[in-house]
Design a protein around this ligand. Sequence first.
Ligand SMILES: CC(C)(COP(=O)(O)OP(=O)(O)OC[C@H]1O[C@@H](n2cnc3c(N)ncnc32)[C@H](O)[C@@H]1OP(=O)(O)O)[C@@H](O)C(=O)NCCC(=O)NCCS
Length: 169
Amino acid sequence: MWSLKKVMNMEVTLRKTTIEDLENVLNAENHPDNSCYVYQWSYDEHKTSLQNLNILHYIICNDNNEFYGYIILDNVQDISRSVNLRRIVITKKGIGIGRSVLQKIQKIAFEELKIHRLWLDVFVDNNRAYELYKNVGFRLEGTLIDSYFRNNAYVSQHIMAKLHSEYNG
Ligand SMILES: CC(C)(COP(=O)(O)OP(=O)(O)OC[C@H]1O[C@@H](n2cnc3c(N)ncnc32)[C@H](O)[C@@H]1OP(=O)(O)O)[C@@H](O)C(=O)NCCC(=O)NCCS
């Protein structure tokens, strides 16, 4: 498993999402393994976001363009340079792709965009995502109690963040 993770880490690529990718994006977003953990956008909302200069929408793939998921940064033009990691979905889970992508996205955010703060929210029952964010250095800033109504019940959301000064490359 260790060597597989290493191989996967080296193979993962981020490239800008195109309209042709949106079927894969929507299939991943709507999949029952993911839909309870991420907000759902329509085809048109994703399509519009591709033209939005305040949003960076990336496909996660390998060198052969095999689809592994997608990731969205929002508010990239924020005057306070506080950027929201709005959504990440990995279709091949548990083999290190998420960790590798979060390392790459931090490099883009802190080194290329030179942002001050990268933040996200995560449902408190999403243990896999919460552990991953902690593992790559996001701090828990607080918890929004009963902030979202999902599947006929209220659920709370953790707010997590990392500052440029906490980024080690
Ligand atoms: C959450 C998600 C992005 C993580 O990506 P991933 O590729 O599966 O995660 P990785 O394989 O890179 O795992 C990295 C770390 O996550 C944690 N992790 C992974 N699987 C876990 C599990 N089943 N339970 C708890 N922690 C887990 C571990 O800390 C792991 O590090 P380790 O292997 O060194 O122990 C992915 O599973 C996913 O798309 N989930 C559904 C959508 C979602 O929840 N998006 C995030 C919304 S906030």
